[in-house]
Design a protein around this ligand. Structure first.
Ligand SMILES: C[S@@+](CC[C@H](N)C(=O)[O-])C[C@H]1O[C@@H](n2cnc3c(N)ncnc32)[C@H](O)[C@@H]1O
Length: 232
């Protein structure tokens, strides 16, 4: 990773602070359109798929998938975000400590179709929930600190079961104009991070420049969705 954003660091405390102050403009109150459009490509005819949601926030997509009969495991540092997810989804939930991760908790709905680990993503591993049949990464690779991308990619690959289908959402803009997050993730980097473990298919690209992003100094912003399929 090179370029003007390579040393930018956002701490876990800063993320929690954003949740406490309600600075969560990234949250969408409806199912993410690009997930909805591409869900058939992710499922590939499978039912009862086990999904992983890195840096899940309180994404309503988790409830949408659980309601369709899939199971979801998310990881999120903010306890406030996790409690709001279950409360706003009208799901009763329980919480327990995670013995292998000091300070971490896991929150689960009564049916155990949605589990969210409250911990740093780098503390999560396949020893907790095994491997996954699908991953939805929106606001995750673009949100982690750029210097951690290799570590993040290695973790995600370790969580992919053979044939796992991973829908990845990235943003393309001029990183000289805005410091992030969200961070700029060029296609070459998607290839260098995941190309040796996954076949990568570009699915979609569209203009994503909103007034908010213009106010942050951007003059163009493209959103891209890639399908990564774990090589066997
Ligand atoms: C840009 S938001 C995206 C949330 C969600 N994926 C969505 O699309 O609404 C990034 C989220 O990651 C969480 N986060 C950031 N760094 C984290 C880390 N290292 N481990 C776990 N969660 C983290 C933040 O609290 C925040 O909720």
């Amino acid at each position: 990773m090179s370029g003007p954003q390579k040393n930018r660091v956002m701490t876990l405390e800063e993320w929690e602070n954003m949740w406490q102050r309600g600075m969560t403009g990234f949250h969408q109150s409806t199912v993410y359109r690009l997930l909805q459009i591409n869900i058939d490509k992710v499922l590939a005819g499978r039912s009862g798929v086990k999904f992983f949601f890195p840096l899940c926030g309180k994404a309503v997509d988790m409830k949408w998938l659980a309601d369709m009969g899939h199971t979801v495991v998310g990881v999120e540092i903010s306890e406030k975000a996790i409690r709001e997810f279950f409360e706003e989804s009208k799901m009763s939930y329980s919480e327990e400590n995670v013995p292998t991760i000091p300070g971490a908790k896991v929150f689960r709905n009564a049916e155990k179709t949605v589990s969210i680990y409250q911990c740093d993503i780098y503390c999560f591993s396949s020893s907790l929930e095994g491997q996954f049949g699908a991953i939805w990464d929106r606001g995750a690779l673009v949100a982690i600190n750029p210097k951690d991308r290799d570590k993040y990619a290695a973790l995600l690959v370790s969580l992919m079961a053979p044939g796992c289908r991973f829908l990845l959402d990235t943003l393309i803009y001029n990183p000289e104009k805005y410091s992030g997050p969200p961070f700029f993730v060029p296609d070459e980097q998607v290839r260098s991070l995941f190309g040796s473990s996954c076949d990568i298919e570009p699915l979609q690209e569209e203009d994503a420049l909103t007034e908010d992003f213009k106010n942050w100094g951007m003059d163009f912003l493209r959103e891209k969705v890639h399908l990564l399929v774990r090589k066997s």
